[in-house]
Ligand binder design. Structure first.
Ligand code: NDP
Length: 435
């Protein structure tokens, strides 16, 4: 546990843990309030707080988690859990864990995604449920999610202590760090219900697509039409989330699943931060139907789709190279590689291949470049009147630059001299020639 987390000095770690635990929940409410009630203007929100005082302003704007909010969350969560359990999917093995375990999953993400979106649009189309209701109660929903997810993280913590699902679990000896980073790498209910697949993929990522559609429908219901800016934002986020579910079993090999334990950081993040912060450009556009004109809209759409495709191809290239044990072509040539050996926590020696050509020869985390640019392109339809719609792009840039450092540190301690060799062959961390 400590091995994976103490990448930064312990003082920086504790300070950032405490800050994130205390500041993220109120930030979500501030963001929602500013987008929905203060025209997206930080200055207006600031003025409101200045006139009312910090505490009473917060009490005034913080919505109660109402019964309707709980009902919406419960129905959505139950629906997604049922799809995760019941839809058929092929058996997929995850990567070998630090304790030498190999988690097994059912890959039914695309089916769950298709069923969710068809059902959501279907119930609107046939008049069963109007998604505008979700937008109208968004603050209450975020408020309920904030508290509900904190309770869920307490449950994860207790479960990690009393009934861990695998040997990839354990305490750091510090209650706050355990709560923040989590106790278990692969918590499950029963044999089949993987909690991180639920929180990260089926609740979090799915909510991104569902809310994008909600914002679109809300604008349509309010104005009788959908502005091209909203269309570009919605299409790009849907392309991105579709790519995510298409590649979901690849995601199960990434740091989020194979390295980060189930605690506040990853689970609260996916249950609350993704539906609120990740969807903020669309949330802003509901009340700001900017008209870009067909040509500009198409340029932005094209650039965004290209970035999503390049990001997908980076992940695909690395995973195909590993799956085929290096016996594939990378950009039309045999791949350049390093055979890197490492020792598991149980003392067993294993080897992995590191790709040093293709996207992975440009820089060690080139895939983050198109990821950040794609986010820029689905935000830029909001134009430049306010900075807050760009919060996700700014946050993502900081997150991914930090993640590159964390991943480099993880790989350096895992592969030692082989990682050093990779760094010599591919010296740039993210941006080729610059950083
Ligand atoms: P990955 O986990 O997919 O990639 C890093 C891992 O790949 C390393 O830990 C190492 O794992 C292995 N690896 C590193 N270099 C090489 C190499 N040269 N050849 C082969 N294997 C290598 O990264 P992420 O989880 O950060 O990203 C996955 C996707 O998720 C990306 O598309 C990213 O943009 C996206 N993402 C999006 C976020 C968002 O909030 N929108 C946040 C984070 C990621 P091993 O131990 O197996 O060697």
């Amino acid at each position: 546990m400590a091995e994976s987390k103490m990448v930064h000095s312990s003082l920086v770690t504790y300070a950032s843990v405490i800050s994130l635990l205390t500041l993220c929940p109120p930030f979500v409410i501030l963001l929602w309030y500013t987008m929905v009630h203060a025209d997206g203007s930080v200055a207006l929100t600031w003025d409101y707080f200045r006139r009312n005082g910090l505490l009473s302003a917060f009490v005034n704007i913080w919505p109660k988690p109402t019964a309707i909010a709980w009902k919406i969350i419960f129905c959505y969560a139950a629906f997604e859990a049922a799809l995760q359990l019941l839809l058929p999917g092929k058996r997929v093995e995850g990567p070998v864990s630090p304790k030498g375990n190999r988690p097994v999953y059912k890959a039914n993400g695309v089916a769950a995604y298709a069923v969710t979106l068809l059902t959501y649009v279907g119930i609107w189309w046939f008049g069963v449920f109007n998604p505008s209701i979700v937008y109208d109660h968004l603050g209450e929903i975020f408020s309920a999610l904030i508290f509900g997810s904190l309770i869920f993280c307490v449950f994860l913590n207790i479960k990690g202590h009393v009934a861990p699902s695998s040997t990839d679990s354990g305490s750091s000896g510090n209650l706050i760090i355990d709560f923040y980073w989590g106790m278990e790498l692969y918590p499950r209910i029963g044999k089949d219900f993987d909690l991180k697949v639920f929180t990260n993929c089926r609740f979090g990522m799915m909510s991104w697509a569902v809310l994008s559609i909600t914002y679109c429908i809300k604008q349509y219901e309010a104005n009788g039409r959908v502005a091209d800016s909203m269309l570009v934002n919605t299409i790009l986020t849907l392309v991105y989330v579709t790519k995510f579910f298409w590649w979901e079993d690849g995601y199960w090999n990434t740091m989020d699943i194979a390295h980060d334990r189930a605690g506040f950081y990853i689970c609260w993040g996916c249950l609350v931060w993704v539906p609120s912060v990740y969807t903020c450009p669309g949330m802003y556009l509901v009340n700001h139907p900017v008209n870009l004109g067909t040509q500009l809209a198409l340029y932005i759409l094209g650039a965004g789709i290209l970035c999503v495709l390049i990001n997908y191809d980076c992940d695909r290239q690395r995973q195909e190279f590993r799956r085929k044990n290096g016996k594939c072509l990378v950009w039309g040539s045999p791949p350049k590689k390093i055979v890197a050996s490492y020792t598991t926590a149980d003392g067993e020696t294993k080897t992995n291949l590191l790709l040093t050509s293709g996207w992975w020869g440009l820089s060690r985390h080139f895939h983050y470049v198109p990821e950040i640019l794609a986010a820029f392109f689905w935000t830029v339809p909001a134009l430049f009147n306010h900075v807050l719609p760009y919060f996700y792009v700014i946050f993502l840039t900081i997150l991914l630059f930090d993640r590159a450092t964390r991943d480099d540190d993880k790989c350096r301690s895992k592969y030692g001299k082989y990682w050093k060799l990779y760094c010599e062959k591919v010296p740039y961390k993210i941006i080729p020639g610059i950083y």
